[in-house]
Design a protein around this ligand. Structure first.
Ligand code: CA
Length: 227
């Protein structure tokens, strides 16, 4: 992704959807490779080393979730999953298995492109280890553990800060409840209700309107995302 267009591997067994994806991506200057099966996907990954993988979970030859694990073994390719409507469980499992994000079928081109840009940006940020996050009036300095809203310092409890830190490290990416419980509480079996309480408190401190948050967004049934 240096200078030239990012390349995307489309893994999708249904030709009409694959065509639609290809047309959309090419129209937005992405380079595109295609695979219709899990086996083709793994071979294309080795050959082309794409910048991102767009992965349909329902493939004929391999379980989509198992394929995420195989892709992870080949390299840190960002993975955006194409999932079916209402299948919250599969989305959560996909994210916990190593996917970066998901879009729900049927999806609009704008949403798909936004998720792709976010996943590519997230990967670049991780590589560049960016330590200061700013968005509108919010700034978070991870080195100095300093949070500001406008010119004012925001005082967070340790748990509130730890949640925000995870969201900043993975800005743009949806973090599952399980991810946050594991990283912040060091215990995935903690009741997600605790998380909700802390996120509510965090919003009261960093959002100008906590009832209509603009920074920490809820992904219903899945988790949270910082934008
Ligand atoms: Ca399919």
């Amino acid at each position: 992704m240096t200078g030239d267009a990012a390349s995307i591997l489309i893994v999708e067994d249904e030709p009409p959807i694959r065509r639609l994806l290809r047309t959309t991506l090419v129209a937005h200057d992405y380079r595109v490779h295609e695979a219709a099966t899990g086996a083709e996907a793994l071979s294309a990954l080795r050959h082309h080393r794409p910048d991102l993988v767009l992965l349909d979970l329902g493939l004929p030859d391999v379980d989509g979730l198992a394929l995420i694990g195989r892709i992870r073994e080949l390299g840190p390719f960002p993975i955006v999953v194409l999932s079916s409507r209402g299948d919250e469980g599969a989305k959560v499992t996909a994210l916990d298995t190593g996917a970066d994000d998901y879009v729900t079928k049927p999806f609009g081109a704008d949403e798909l492109l936004a998720r792709i840009r976010a996943a590519l940006r997230h990967r670049l940020q991780q590589q560049g280890a960016e330590r200061v996050f700013t968005s509108d009036d919010l700034s978070v300095d991870l080195m100095r553990r300093l949070v500001k809203r406008g010119a004012e310092d925001v005082k967070l409890s340790p748990k509130e800060y730890d949640i925000l830190e995870q969201l900043v490290i993975h800005a743009g990416k949806v973090l599952t409840h399980k991810h946050l419980l594991r990283e912040v509480w060091r215990d995935e079996s903690v009741d997600p209700q605790y998380l909700r309480v802390y996120v509510r408190q965090l919003r009261q401190k960093i959002e100008s309107d906590p009832a209509a948050p603009r920074h920490v967004l809820t992904e219903p049934g899945v988790g949270y995302r910082l934008v």
